[in-house]
Design a protein around this ligand. Structure first.
Ligand SMILES: Nc1nc2c(ncn2[C@@H]2O[C@H](COP(=O)(O)OP(=O)(O)OP(=O)(O)O)[C@@H](O)[C@H]2O)c(=O)[nH]1
Ligand SMILES: [Mg+2]
Length: 366
């Protein structure tokens, strides 16, 4: 199994309303990246993420599920979450594992309850947010009106990162392109607005840009783009069709080139202190050699394997047989087996460090 360094890891939660196409999008991304041979379908019950018998019968997700793929040397971990409000707890729990929340909006139905809530909850957790408008292939969609709604609801920092083109069969990316054909809006105007917003994050770049009017290179834009994302000054909007594959290559490019790695995002604060005493806030250091700090964001009872904790490592390295403590407990437990998940498939691992995500652990006895 290849080992990825911190800068080559992205952990992304797919959130949004039921039926927006999150599970299908995960499937299309996995297939495009070569992690699965052909994309399964929710209707046939053949997706990686909706593997549970009840999910197959219901035709939608009931639990959060993990999947991963590698693209251009970067390991992308996905947490697919259920969108219907009854299962919101699963989606909220998944935010603790992610650096980026991809809020998936159904182009046919527009902004729905879960999309609105997840925009709010992921902002409260300081996650970098991106909006993905899915189902652009469908009939009766009004994409310009939806973009207007998104901006009216979530603010003008929601900016186009690509635009549908060739009658929604394709998209044109607007950060690197200043001209081209799109189905609506002008590529030049979207490009200019995006660059203007990004350069504001870097005084030197802004001064040079105002003086010579030249677009900074993509390399120069990377750091201020990241900063704008972290600060919530920029919430990119991307268009995709998980069914036809339109916009999927561009989305992969954005995840790999622009989404934050674990050291870049806004890491969550932790609290230290004795029960009843004063508490002190601190941040984990993403260093595999420090002591372990991991967050179990989901626990499942597997009929064959027993109680399984799914966790994100924020600091240190978890090894098989290691002794760990839960919360302020003074009694350690011993790590039995470590696995990496692809839907229901679990590949055994000997160690999980703070450079790996989406792992699960089987708890043994101390
Ligand atoms: N036309 C079209 N249909 C799509 C697209 N993506 C998903 N669908 C369909 O939309 C329906 C819902 O897709 P899911 O992937 O289950 O949606 P979800 O967001 O995972 O839904 P929950 O699990 O309930 O949160 C399914 O019938 C998919 O086949 C798309 O890009 N275009
Ligand atoms: Mg689903």
């Amino acid at each position: 199994m290849p080992k990825y360094t911190t800068d080559a890891i992205r952990t992304v939660a797919l959130v949004g309303h039921g039926g927006a196409g999150k599970t299908t999008l995960a499937e299309t991304l996995l297939a495009r990246a070569g992690a699965i041979k052909t994309p399964g379908s929710v209707e046939k019950g053949s997706t990686v993420c909706d593997f549970d018998a009840q999910e197959k019968a219901a035709g939608h997700s009931l639990n959060s599920a993990l999947a991963n793929f590698a693209w251009q040397g970067v390991q992308v971990n996905l947490v697919d979450t259920p969108g219907y409000p009854d299962f919101a707890g699963q989606a909220i729990g998944a935010l603790a594992a992610a650096d980026t929340a991809l809020i998936v909006i159904n182009a046919q139905t527009g902004i729905e309850l879960a999309a609105e809530r997840m925009m709010k909850w992921s902002a409260a957790r300081n996650l970098c947010r991106m909006i993905v408008i899915n189902k652009i292939d469908a009939d009766n969609v009004d994409l310009p009106a939806l973009v207007g709604d998104i901006r009216a609801r979530f603010g003008n920092e929601c900016m186009l990162l690509d635009l549908p083109a060739h009658d929604r069969h394709d998209v044109v990316e607007v950060l690197g392109h200043s001209a081209g054909d799109a189905d609506f809006e002008s590529v030049a105007a979207a490009h200019r607005a995006l660059i203007d917003q990004i350069v504001e994050e870097d005084e030197n770049l802004l001064a040079r840009y105002l003086e010579d009017g030249q677009d900074p290179s993509l390399e120069e834009l990377h750091a201020p783009f990241e900063k704008a994302l972290r600060a919530g000054h920029l919430i990119p909007i991307l268009f995709v069709s998980a069914r036809t594959g339109a916009g999927i290559a561009e989305l992969l490019e954005v995840l790999v080139k622009l989404a934050p790695n674990p050291a870049e995002g806004n890491p969550p604060p932790f609290l230290k202190g004795e029960p009843g005493g004063p508490v002190e806030e601190f941040h984990a250091v993403p260093d595999p050699d420090r002591h372990v700090l991991a967050h179990v964001f989901k626990v499942v009872a597997d009929p064959y394997m027993g109680k399984i904790g799914i966790f994100r490592v924020h600091q240190g390295t978890i090894r098989k047989e290691a002794q760990l403590f839960v919360g302020s407990s003074r009694r350690p437990f011993k790590v039995a087996h470590l696995y990496k998940l692809q839907g229901k498939a679990a590949a055994r691992r000997s160690r999980c460090d703070c450079q790996s995500r989406g792992n699960r652990i089987r708890r043994g006895t101390a």
